[in-house]
Design a protein around this ligand. Structure first.
Ligand code: COA
Length: 344
């Protein structure tokens, strides 16, 4: 972990990106902001009332941290306008009414939801990335981004991946690092969404894990060996996802569908998919749904001794990352550096 994280931090330092942290009310976030600035990982913008932040964190040296108070900042009116325009015609699922009746309503909305405020700063280009979720749920952290930042060109699905880092030599993972997706956001992705997840994960492999991706679309079947999946149709789904991903990203080294052993063990890969460049050689793994992905990464973590860095959000038009509510100050700092790299 140390090496991958060190190189992420080193790369982040050379970029000098500006990352907004909307959760100025959380002491871990405030401390991480101060440390990230001290380490030179990024310029950090913290949202909240400056007096309150300083009063609640008397021992934290906030020199160099930019504190923006949405209540008094002169850009708030511009952001309210942007939100109103971006969400025009959208209906609130709970009330059945328009999300924002007018700009004034939009302004009230962003003053109640600083994650949305941060997302609008990102949309305006006033910052380069956003990190939140230390004291907000995944849904409340991602929704503003889904609503106003939207997806990267050519991608229609926001997803997540874990960068898995080996703690010892493993002949099936000579890189010592792998990418698993989607283990945290999309519950039951369809073939098109899986293709998006595969393409985004390859990007994460290059930018964050520092490896050249060889993507395996995983299944309980290898190249049609398990075509009896009458009930869930998951094998044809992975086959279709493989076809779409190859069409969308013809230069990407990607293949499937593979069982995990056919994807990583050269002897099995040669036997079951002799023509494939990926079989026996994969380092990016796309799971058919969140059950498989979430269980899979936890098995690698607990039984395999892998360290799991993530979830790292991918597919947004501009970088947004979700922290775990149990995060430590160090975790927040790592995610700031990852977000800075994604903004490259
Ligand atoms: C991602 C997630 C938070 C979105 O939830 P939500 O806010 O209820 O989403 P909605 O269906 O209301 O959609 C809101 C907007 O985001 C878009 N959207 C939702 N999921 C999206 C995705 N994965 N990619 C791209 N856009 C997405 C919708 O199209 C919608 O756009 P619009 O309002 O402009 O029309 C939700 O799918 C989720 O909770 N996933 C599982 C997270 C989880 O529990 N993980 C376990 C932790 S390990």
């Amino acid at each position: 972990m140390a090496n991958v994280l060190e190189s992420i931090k080193l790369n982040a330092k050379s970029l000098n990106k500006n990352v907004v942290l909307p959760e100025g009310e959380d002491s871990r976030v405030v401390e991480a902001a101060a440390q990230a600035v001290k380490e030179g990982l990024a310029t950090v913008t913290l949202l909240g009332n400056p007096e309150e932040i300083k009063k609640n964190n008397p021992s934290v040296d906030l020199e160099g941290v930019v504190i923006v108070d949405p209540v008094t900042d002169e850009r708030t009116a511009k952001y309210a306008e942007m939100l109103f325009e971006a969400r025009k015609g959208k209906i609130n699922k709970k009330t059945g009414l328009p999300e924002y009746a007018d700009v004034e309503e939009a302004k009230k909305g962003i003053l109640k939801d600083y994650t949305m405020y941060g997302a609008l700063m990102l949309k305006a280009g006033d910052v380069d990335g956003l990190v939140s979720g230390a004291c907000h749920s995944t849904a409340n952290t991602l929704r503003p981004g889904l609503q106003v930042i939207k997806t990267a060109p050519g991608i229609n699905t926001v997803s997540s991946s874990f960068v898995m880092i080996a703690d010892r030599e493993n002949k099936y993972n000579p890189d010592g690092v792998a990418v698993f997706a989607d283990c945290a956001i999309n519950i039951e992705p369809d073939a098109q969404q899986l293709a998006d997840i595969a393409i985004s994960s390859a990007d994460t492999a290059r930018k964050i894990a520092g490896i050249e991706p060889r993507v395996a679309m995983l299944s309980f079947s290898t190249k049609g060996s398990g075509n009896d999946d009458k009930f869930f149709r998951s094998v044809p789904k992975m086959q279709e996802a493989t076809r779409i991903a190859k069409e969308q990203a013809p230069d990407l080294i990607l293949d499937g569908e593979f069982q995990f052993d056919a994807a990583v063990a050269p002897e099995v890969g040669k036997l079951k998919a002799p023509e494939s460049k990926v079989a026996g050689n994969a380092n990016v793994f796309i799971f058919p749904n969140i059950n498989a992905g979430n269980i899979g990464y936890k098995i690698a973590q607990r039984f395999g001794g892998y360290l799991a860095l993530g979830p790292i959000c991918q597919g947004f038009a501009k970088p947004i990352n979700d922290l775990s509510r149990g995060c430590s100050v160090e975790d927040v700092i790592a995610v700031i550096a990852i977000t800075a790299l994604q903004a490259k």
